[in-house]
Ligand binder design. Structure first.
Ligand code: HEC
Ligand code: HEC
Length: 193
């Protein structure tokens, strides 16, 4: 907090907040506060192992949360966290983050790999990961500018079978070599406009 509040103002403020919380269910903003420490108040990731949520479609967020909660999608923290919320809460979180602009990270990637990845994206992945991965259609997450370590971790989970790939995505991923997939991830991570 930038300003110094007097004790009296603070107490009055706290009273107003609790009265509001009592009267109405939490708004999308209020409920998404719990996510800000890791996913940013603007939906931008706060760390290399965490995805940005800004601009992800509502469906992608709701689906991911349901899979974390049921344990279908493996996780370090999200599974435990998702158990504390209802499907109606997931809808609100999805609404909040889907309205934000995609977050660009400006990270350094291997230029040659990214260039190779751009070709592979066009040929194999662009049907679902639209517009260089900036657009999330239906249940497809935004890939553009996600941190490379996050993308690598998720690709390993897919490859090991711990995270289940959508069937149509698996058809495209399986024929590609490890080097091809690595190039694709460098491409996505490097998209910054
Ligand atoms: C303590 C840090 C932390 C907090 C708090 C947190 N997340 Fe996450 N989130 C992660 C990490 C790390 C991942 C990657 C999966 C994993 O390992 O758990 C992730 C992944 C996700 C994904 C998957 C996105 C994708 O591109 O596949 C969604 C959706 C998500 N979080 C939503 C939320 C929402 C909504 C909240 C608030 C209720 C929240 N998270 C709070 C750390 C956090
Ligand atoms: C038929 C549509 C489709 C195609 C084609 C497709 N994907 Fe996906 N992709 C998805 C969906 C849907 C998800 C989220 C699924 C889930 O919950 O695991 C996803 C998730 C991912 C993720 C995890 C992102 C995150 O935020 O956790 C990576 C990495 C990925 N795809 C890479 C690729 C690559 C590389 C290709 C091309 C070789 C590809 N995909 C082709 C639909 C597709």
């Amino acid at each position: 907090m930038k300003q110094r509040w007097s004790g009296w103002t603070l107490a009055a403020g706290a009273l107003t907040i609790s009265a509001t919380a009592f009267a109405a269910p939490p708004t999308p903003e209020m409920i998404s506060f719990a996510c800000a420490g890791c996913h940013g108040t603007n939906g931008g990731s706060a760390g290399l192992t965490m995805p940005s949520l800004a601009g992800q479609s509502k469906t992608a967020i709701v689906e991911a949360m349901k899979k974390f909660k049921s344990g279908e999608r493996p996780s370090t923290v999200m599974g435990r966290l998702a158990k504390g919320y209802t499907d109606a809460d997931f809808e609100k979180m999805g609404e909040f983050f889907s309205k934000q602009k995609v977050h660009f990270t400006n990270q350094t990637v291997d230029k040659a790999k990214a260039a190779r990845g751009a070709e592979l994206q066009e040929a194999h992945c662009s049907r679902c990961h639209l517009d260089d991965g900036k657009d999330g259609k239906d249940d497809t997450p935004v890939m553009a500018s996600q941190w490379l370590p996050y993308l690598q971790m998720q690709m390993e989970l897919y490859q090991s079978g711990a995270r289940k790939m959508p069937e149509k995505m698996a058809e495209k991923v399986k024929p590609l070599s490890k080097e091809d997939l690595e190039a694709l991830l460098h491409f996505y991570a490097g998209v910054n406009k």
